[in-house]
Write a protein that binds this ligand. Sequence first.
Ligand SMILES: *Cc1c(COP(=O)(O)O)cnc(C)c1O
Length: 366
Amino acid sequence: MTDRTRPYNFAPGPAAIPDEVLREAAAEMLDWHGCGVGVMEMSHRGKEFMQIAAEAEADLRELLAVPAGFRILFLQGGGLGENAIVPMNLSRGGQVDFVQTGSWSKKSIAEARRYADVAVVATNSGSADSAIPDPSTWALRKGASYLHICSNETIDGVEFHALPDLAALGTDAPLVIDCSSHILSRPIDWSRVGLAFAGAQKNVGPAGLTMVIVRDDLLGHALPITPSAFDYRIVADNGSMFNTPPTWAIYVAGLTFKWIKANGGVAAMDARAAEKSALLYEALDATGFYVNRVAAASRSRMNVPFWLRDESLNDAFLAGAKERGLLALKGHKSVGGMRASIYNAMPVAGVRALVAWLQEFEKTHG
Ligand SMILES: *Cc1c(COP(=O)(O)O)cnc(C)c1O
């Protein structure tokens, strides 16, 4: 969006942060707005940080059009922490349903089994194209406290492009979404969601901050074993300051929220995600040299895993990419190959540069 001096970073998370955000954080490092200290050094209960946190929360609420009946909580513990914290708060010790669409939902399922009676009501496991099973086929249980989905599978590159309408499927169980790796890349239909959680380090800012957006009526049902710092009711009642929040991460996340607002809001991020992912998938699909097997309707716009058909060329591909300033394209160790994570902070020009490299590499090795 401005002139670039840095390489393009395709890391899956922690991931690229907009240059403008990093420059502003750097400029304010020693002295935030003339108060004499940097954000990392100030009290979380002082008026300066209270203002930073309140603005971050208000901007996030505005960007995602979060309705009045939902609380925004800033927590720690990451996405994996939420895999335990959500069942502790929402399961009421009973049944919890899951849709398994890849590695992250699988991890959520394993963790929830420690706290609740878990059922996998649908899965794409074993399907050749990882297509998300049609919601009409999900074997939802009547008594389930909630249904959990991972709305973007970061490792497998599988994304829900629409959230399921559980009411239409005949249940009033709330929907829980792990939207860690695509939050703020598209709007969220809150009429279909009871709770959304996301670690910040994919599409928002530094690691250490977890955002939880939860409907009011889901607060106050935590199991007695729930740590106080992870009891949503207690965290909400204390304005996310029951204990010291991750102040630096909240501050940088707040700068990112302002950057998104200045660049057209979530609608613009949504349009850019569509443009960038279309460019990339089109290049990958153009010939048989590269492979991505995810069904078109379930392909992620944020995380694009792909393979070279001839895997003996992997090292040459990565070395050449690095020379051209295209970093962190190596795929997750569990699936191999390559992965390009193209979050909000990735400019269209970065994807164009990657596409040019895909084509050049194919020309010389194809
Ligand atoms: C990265 C990620 C997580 C894990 O986050 P941590 O902060 O490492 O606990 C959870 N869910 C999804 C979808 C992710 O992409």
